[in-house]
Write a protein that binds this ligand. Structure first.
Ligand code: MN
Length: 709
């Protein structure tokens, strides 16, 4: 606490210590998984917040961040003692918890949505959350492996990219490296081993280089601070696996950073560096004149050093350097920056992003935010020269809606660098985009929602349909719903009055027409409707179990399945998708040779329904017990290395699973594929096997094979 307080003036320390006292008595007696007193976690979180340079209120909220969730303290208690804004922040980082959702995923989505909304109101909420997550990651070893993986995956998908977007490089790097160590221990160790092997060489190279640069700058009368570093593990990993590079292809394994006091000096230093070493063509970037969207500013260049070792040089001012490490949090360091227009602009994009998503369901909300917030960027220009930042893969539709919904809604075409392009054209950085609009345009096309990349565009198109096209939505939604429900064999269920009434009640819709309209404009996904109908069915089934059992027995055959309405017909299992007990299945009435059983997700089944052959498919359920060996084929991708195949085979042996056939193939991408056909009992056994395979360090991916189409 002394360290925390050292960042703040005397008069603020008293309130910080008061928050500490509150938190300590609230968590009194509670222990962390590590066995330490719980209070250590909020104190460490507060210390990270203080080091970011945030204000004392954030530190207080950091100390209290787990009290509402984990102790008997309430929002009111905190508001009375610490004031409204601290209480609001604590509430913002508190998970919803008390509300019960149908699935863990749904709950997680709702928690994240709540956090994003709170963050739009007060950006400090997310900074506290990041500090909390960072400390949890630093102490992650006290969870079991499964939990460690879940937490690391969420960190990699949400928190690290968020830190990146907020320009908080230091935290981003640490979050990524810890997550990587857990998610791919083999890949992590490979890079660590390589770096350790070259440690002496790289260290002496970088020391020598820094000294040479320092000497030349001294001669030129430029006062500079020089920092150096070896790239962080995850950024090496991303280049090796994402761009398929070798260690020798990674230019910026070593980097030196030159920090000077003014912008003109930055360019002077650049000139001197290029005079000393040969620059690598195409690797110079001027983020001082064109900052990254997260505000990052610096000059970057890659040059060839002694012994032909390439290295990166980053040149920036002291202020830029501070912002580069602490990002958005750096705004609190100098209180003047906090006020007025500048602050507004910094957060405007964030607020707008979240406002655009307000009406979506939690799942879409998070999916869209992930795309808009976290994808790599392309920078394109309006004809007037304004820069528009879009995620990679964005189309002219995204561009149009990024400018204004009016532009998107009246768009009839687009030009890129003066040439007409298709509407699904993928924009590249540096292109000038001109949207062609017309007053007589009929509004956005429905399939634009599938083509566009950003959640912002998709949402604005949805809004347009919601407002403008009720009748069309109803018609379109009814068609889509019927088609999808038929594919999933739920249409007959939907037609039952009691099921339909229950469904509408659960979805909080007042009429069938509202349901169709919602599906039509994309406000509700068909998958959600399907999930709800299944829930209703499951509940009904639970009430009538006895009856089902007797029917099952009567229809039982030695094949292990019962086909509705057909006793003792000939049963075959489809070769294309190899259904296993536990898989949702469906039967196909063949001409003259009985019923062939497919998995419901088999593409042959889906294609057949879409073609209009729905009436040849028949409801089929598992009724097994007698037959207990099924064939199943897997595709296993493993890292190409000695012993990988042995690792995989030993998993089969340990589980006493019989292997019928095995083929292996090496791929140029550094992975080997094993195609294996096995005998298993049911889906549960196959799932257990796939899980074990996934936990094997050699294995990168496992999937069930479906052939044909
Ligand atoms: Mn916490």
């Amino acid at each position: 606490m002394e360290q925390v307080c050292s960042h703040y003036p005397e008069e603020e320390r008293k309130r910080i210590m008061d928050a500490y006292a509150f938190a300590e008595s609230a968590h009194d007696g509670a222990l962390r998984k590590s066995g330490e007193p719980y209070i250590i976690h909020p104190v460490q979180t507060a210390l990270i917040i203080a080091q970011m340079g945030l204000d004392s209120e954030s530190v207080m909220a950091g100390l209290l961040h787990d009290t509402i969730e984990d102790t008997s303290a309430t929002y009111e208690d905190i508001r009375k003692r610490m004031g409204e804004s601290v209480a609001e922040m604590v509430d913002g980082v508190t998970r919803l918890g008390r509300i019960k959702y149908e699935s863990k995923e749904e709950e997680q989505m709702e928690d994240l949505r709540k956090m994003f909304v709170a963050m739009a109101k007060d950006i400090r909420v997310i900074l506290i959350k990041l500090a909390d997550r960072l400390h949890n990651m630093r102490t992650i070893e006290f969870h079991n492996i499964q939990k460690q993986r879940e937490i690391s995956l969420e960190t990699m998908e949400i928190y690290a990219p968020l830190a990146h977007r907020l320009g908080m490089t230091k935290i981003e790097n640490e979050l990524e490296d810890i997550s990587l160590k857990i998610l791919d221990p083999v890949g992590y160790a490979e890079i660590m081993d390589y770096l350790r092997g070259r440690e002496d060489e790289l260290t002496s190279f970088i020391d020598e280089t820094s000294q040479n640069v320092k000497g030349r700058l001294d001669d030129a009368g430029i006062e500079a601070e020089i920092k150096h570093r070896v790239k962080h593990i995850y950024s090496i990993y991303r280049k090796m696996y994402g761009q398929n590079l070798n260690f020798s292809d990674i230019y910026d394994l070593c980097a030196i950073r030159v920090i000077v006091s003014s912008i003109p000096e930055c360019y002077n230093v650049l000139g001197i560096i290029h005079d000393m070493y040969t620059p690598v063509f195409g690797r110079f970037k001027d983020y001082i004149s064109t900052p990254k969207p997260n505000g990052y500013q610096s000059l970057h260049t890659v040059v060839i050093g002694t012994k032909g070792i390439p290295f990166e040089v980053q040149i920036r001012t002291r202020e830029m350097d501070h912002s580069a490490e602490y990002g958005i949090a750096a705004h609190w360091k100098y209180k003047d920056n906090l006020k007025g227009k500048q602050k507004e602009e910094t957060f405007a994009w964030l607020r707008q992003l979240i406002e655009n998503q307000q009406d979506s369901e939690a799942e879409d909300f998070i999916k869209n935010i992930k795309v808009d917030l976290f994808a790599e960027d392309v920078y394109v220009f309006t004809p007037k020269g304004d820069v528009i930042t879009l995620p990679q893969g964005a189309t002219p539709i995204d561009f149009a809606y990024a400018i204004h919904s009016g532009v998107g809604n009246s768009m009839v075409g687009a030009k890129v660098n003066g040439r007409i392009v298709n509407i699904d054209y993928q924009l590249n950085s540096g292109e000038v985009v001109d949207i062609i609009t017309s007053k007589t345009a009929g509004g956005p096309k429905r399939d634009w929602m599938k083509i566009c990349k950003t959640g912002t565009a998709r949402n604005k198109i949805k809004q347009w349909y919601k407002k403008e096209r009720r009748e069309e939505n109803v018609q379109h939604g009814r068609q889509e719903l019927e088609r999808e429900l038929r594919v999933n064999l739920l249409w007959d269920d939907y037609l039952q009055d009691d099921v339909r009434a229950e469904l509408l009640k659960r979805m909080e819709l007042s009429s069938e027409e509202d349901l169709y309209a919602a599906v039509g404009y994309g406000g509700t996904s068909v998958n959600r409707v399907i999930a709800k109908i299944r829930e209703i069915q499951d509940r009904k089934k639970a009430e009538t179990t006895e009856e089902t059992v007797t029917i099952g027995q009567r229809q039982g055959t030695d094949s292990g399945v019962s086909v509705e309405g057909l006793d003792n017909c000939m049963i075959k299992f489809a070769k294309c998708c190899q259904p296993l007990p536990g898989d949702p299945i469906v039967g196909f009435v063949t001409r003259g040779s009985g019923v062939s059983v497919h998995r419901r997700e088999c593409p042959n089944y889906i294609a057949s329904i879409k073609k209009g052959d729905g009436d040849r498919w028949i409801k089929t359920v598992w009724n097994y017990g007698e037959r207990n060996r099924f064939e199943s084929s897997l595709k296993i991708s493993a890292k190409s290395r000695v012993g990988a195949l042995g690792d995989v085979v030993s998993v089969f042996a340990n589980m006493k699973i019989n292997v019928l056939e095995l083929n292996a193939r090496d791929n140029p991408d550094g992975l080997s594929n094993f195609y294996v056909t096995l005998e298993v009992r049911d889906l549960a056994q196959l799932d257990a096997l796939m899980n074990r395979l996934m936990n094997n360090p050699s294995v990168a991916a496992v999937e069930r094979r479906i052939t044909g189409g």
